[in-house]
Ligand binder design. Structure first.
Ligand code: HEM
Length: 460
């Protein structure tokens, strides 16, 4: 069965996207561009309009391709759990991630994906996470203490640098030496080129700079694998290098490079998005900031230990509420490998399907006053997220559910704890509220448009 599924998936990889979707209600919008502008400026508004007009399944044209939009928790569940193995992530993300992040876990399907995911799992287990937190706190110690407090301070660039530095240290360990900046710069170039429209690896293009950076990183990782296999390192790369499959074989050097490059992408922009949006919300709604700081002050340290991570319920709920309102991955992409049925409609083979937490996590049917920032909605007795397993799903679900979700939760908590223990945060006078969509940039990941200038008040 598994081999058959992989064979039919591979056969589908060479086919073009299916656009014969006239039997499904919906509209494509402006030729070529379709509804892409809506997804950049206000995905919730766009998808709400579609849901109200056409229901949970509709046809739409987004980011230069026609396909199907799937909204609401029931349809989401069907697609993400994918019991019939109808949906390929490889083909769903091919345009967005393509060659740049080829070979990453999300770019693999079905039995092949399962095999790789199982081997990678060790690097995400409790013992490994326990080791990573010391590395995270070590980087934090060097960074968050010297921020400007006499004028507006732009938060996004420093947060991005912080999560990148932490991710590089945790993933590669201290072996980077003098090359730390070169490695970080290569990642930045790759991430920048994700948004390039012209996807040709030709000198002078943004995409070429990204691909060149990928070649540099691949070579760097391949050169390091032999050494990592010999040592007992506790960085993520060491775990990946030492794990063996059922035939006692290691991942190949190239495979390790592919996984690490994708992990870096998956880990750092997503967590930065959750952090920047939390800072925005907490600065805008100071009563929540005060309440959260009171909780954090029950611990007597500037750094969180692994055992303290689950002792702060409001911090957990602020994380949940931020990723509900502003899910770092606003859409998930799939493509059908064969004809199937969704919400009563026949979906042809090779159809691109978009699933959106940015809409479903704000549905009035599940969330009280859905646009309001209210972390207590996750606390007992309300627990609004428990009404449906796919009402809140910022980390996805099913076979491709985020493998780094505990890592992300840990990184987010360590950084937010550290910042809130040192500074009170406020917005510049007259600054727009986060619930007013006009100040949000949604693509590639949600964040305030102007990188969030904050006023920091040191706490002595
Ligand atoms: C707040 C932070 C994060 C969010 C919101 C997030 C979200 C997601 C989502 C939604 C998916 C599934 C996408 C889909 O089904 O199409 C995913 C997959 C993945 N994430 Fe995360 N992620 C975060 C942080 C991380 C971190 C820190 C790591 C690694 C250390 C990571 C590694 C991965 C990997 C490897 C996959 C692919 C899993 C697979 O295909 O089996 N993510 N993430």
């Amino acid at each position: 069965m598994c081999m058959d599924v992989m064979r039919s998936a591979r056969a589908s990889y060479s086919q073009r996207n299916c656009t014969k979707l006239g039997h499904i209600p919906g509209e494509y919008g402006i030729p070529v561009i379709g509804k892409t502008k809506g997804i950049i400026t206000d995905p919730y508004g766009l998808f709400k309009e579609y849901y109200e007009k056409y229901g949970p399944v509709s046809r739409i044209s987004l980011t230069l391709s026609k396909g199907v939009l799937a909204l609401g928790p029931e349809i989401t569940k069907e697609i993400l759990l994918d019991k019939q193995q109808n949906f390929s992530t490889h083909m769903g993300y091919k345009f967005a991630l393509g060659e740049l992040f080829a070979g990453g876990l999300l770019m693999r399907d079905f039995s092949e994906h399962k095999f790789h995911r199982r081997i990678m799992q060790t690097a995400f287990k409790n013992d490994a996470l326990r080791g990573y937190i010391d590395t995270m706190n070590g980087v934090l110690q060097d960074q968050a203490t010297q921020w400007q407090t006499d004028r507006e301070f732009l938060m996004y660039p420093v947060l991005k640098n912080m999560t990148l530095t932490i991710a590089a240290r945790v993933f590669i360990g201290s072996d980077m030496g003098d090359q730390t900046n070169q490695i970080i710069n290569a990642f930045v170039k790759m991430l920048d080129s994700v948004t390039s429209i012209v996807r040709l690896d030709l000198p002078g293009t943004l995409y070429h700079r990204g691909m060149k950076a990928r070649r540099f990183l691949t070579k760097y990782f391949i050169n390091l694998t032999a050494q990592k296999r010999q040592q007992q390192g506790t960085d993520m790369m060491s775990y990946l290098c030492r794990e063996r499959d059922e035939n006692d074989a290691y991942f190949s050097d190239e495979t390790i490079a592919e996984h690490l490059i994708f992990l870096m992408l998956a880990a750092h922009d997503t967590t930065t998005s959750a952090l920047i949006n939390s800072l925005y919300l907490l600065a805008a709604y100071p009563h929540w900031q005060t309440k959260l700081r009171e909780e954090l002050n029950t611990l007597d340290s500037h750094y969180l230990s692994y055992d303290q991570l689950d002792t702060l319920p409001l911090l957990e709920n602020v994380f949940k509420e931020t990723t509900r309102l502003f899910p770092p991955a606003i859409n998930f992409m799939r493509r059908t490998v064969r004809e199937c049925e969704l919400g009563g409609y026949t979906i042809p083979a090779n159809t691109v399907v978009t699933v959106s937490p940015a809409f479903t996590q704000r549905m009035e049917e599940y969330w009280a006053d859905p646009l309001a920032f209210d972390p207590e909605r996750f606390a007992p007795p309300r627990e609004e997220h428990k009404q449906h397993p796919f009402a809140w799903f910022p980390f996805g679900g099913g076979a491709h559910k985020c493998i780094g979700l505990h890592f992300a939760n840990m990184l987010y908590k360590c950084i937010l704890f550290n910042i809130l223990r040192q500074y009170k945060l406020s917005l510049p006078a007259g600054y727009t509220e986060p619930t007013d969509n006009s100040n949000m940039s949604w693509v590639p990941l949600p964040k305030p448009k102007d990188d969030l200038p904050l006023i920091l008040h040191p706490i002595h």
